[in-house]
Design a protein around this ligand. Sequence first.
Ligand code: PEP
Ligand code: MG
Length: 595
Amino acid sequence: MDRKLVGIPASPGIAVGPVHLLRWEIPEVKHRIITDDAIPGEIERLHDAFARAKERLAQIRDRVERTAGKQEAAIFDAQRFILDDTDLTSAVEELIRQNIGAEKAFEIVMFEWSQRFAHAPQAMLRERVGDLKDVEIRVLTMLLDLPDHDPVDLPKGAEAILVTHDLTPSLTVQLDRTAIKAIATDTGTRTSHVAILARSLGLPAIVGLRTATQQLNGRETAILDGSTGLLAINPSHQDIDAYRERARQEALAEAELRHLATLEAVTTDDVRITLRANVDLPEEADLAATSGAEGVGLMRTEFLVLGRASMPDEDEQYRAYKRVVEAFGGRPVVIRTFDIGGDKLPVGGFPPEPNPFLGWRAIRMCLDQPELFSTQLRALLRAAVHGNVHIMLPLVVTVDEVRAARALLDEAAVELERRGVAFRRDVPLGVMIETPAAAVACDTFVNDVAFFSIGTNDLVQYTLAVDRGNANLASRFTPLHPAVLKLIRRTVFTAKQHGIDVAVCGEMASQPLMAFALIGLGVRQLSVAPRSVPLVKRIVRGISVEVAEEAANSAASKGTAAEAAEELRRHLTDIMADEALFADGLPTGELESSL
Ligand code: PEP
Ligand code: MG
């Protein structure tokens, strides 16, 4: 093996394969002054690059339509329209006639257009900013004769390990998922949207590798271990054999855990814990239903919008929600309204913000765009006919937001009634507790909501002022910080006092040591990634609430997250000695030495 790169484990599993390096960034362009004689040739070069870019787009469009669907492919039509715009070509030609090289002339015009689009009052134009960037990369790649790193340009069955700087929504939609075995990114953390998506797709992933795209040239082979965060470059045959053996053992361990699917999630002192699944894509519903989950604790609907040029309409949403609801029979399915913004799918139409995580995100964006929000609410009320739907609002900080959402929900019901469409009116409405404001003042919500669900990914981010997606801060993102534990305890206490259901649906619930802490803090409902259901169930069945409470109280009284973890680990290993390997859900270091 040449070397090892270590990142943040984001989605478990082992993959061995060729590296597919995807550099989807605007290349550097040199300023070239051309002579008058060279002008016609430069203009011809421009037209030729446009023609080749259009040809490429047509290929991609067809491929995406075949692999992902019509809606997903529509994004490429938008890019084609940009290339067909005669204003664009004339503006670039005009600059070339002023003796500027074609690529610089094109870059200058694209910059002007991006600025204009980004600040345009019409959403339609703002929606095109991401497309402009893609078009710019495509044309400059042609003009500068650079290697084409197109994400769809993978031979069928390549089984490649995709290495890229940041997996954006538009890149994700272009990926031929059948040709990709695993994902590695320079940016991101366990809780960033790329990691969440990789887990949903069941693809092993490492994030936060920082410089992988600079260190690799795309001609390597690699082993990616999504459980330890290790990317081994150009491994020897022995390395590969060792990892294949480890993959075999992991598969065996997983199969063994699957036996737990039909068993109850009950502690050794007979306390029932409700274990539900987080579902991000409707296609995941069946896997979640067979994993032993007792319903869905969080469906992230924003993934329906992934990489699309426009929002799905009411009927399309209704069908997606219905699919998940029906997979779970009459069991509760908590569907969260769009949480768009932050690092999550900045679909077009949203002006760029200096601070997206503190910006126009989630419930704020929905309430400000009642038409978009009401469409989703109507689809939810209709899907509720088919099972036990709960509606959940993300990122609330004040009860006013809940009241405004309820008013829109009531209007949605009136509208459906007027149309004579089947729907259900008595759908429980709840909130995510994922801001310190909501946690500290959770008592202010109790008369207006039916349930709380603690979103620890954001709660940790906002409490500790640590960007959840910033790989440089990953070691500071500590869910066991005393402030976080105290906020959770307070929320659970208030919920119980007022007879309100409370669950945890953030990543914390999926990590065994932290699930142990949550149960100790009084949480009785956990919602985790479908693949984590059996593992968390095993922890639940191996612990007693009595010991968990003792451990959690003692952990919450510690001054630091490290001390809290130590305290929890000590208690957990005492009762589940052979589970020590899983005790913190973090890399053990043991696998590295096995290479
Ligand atoms: C959370 O914030 O913990 C959560 C579950 O929501 P998301 O990760 O989608 O922001
Ligand atoms: Mg959240």
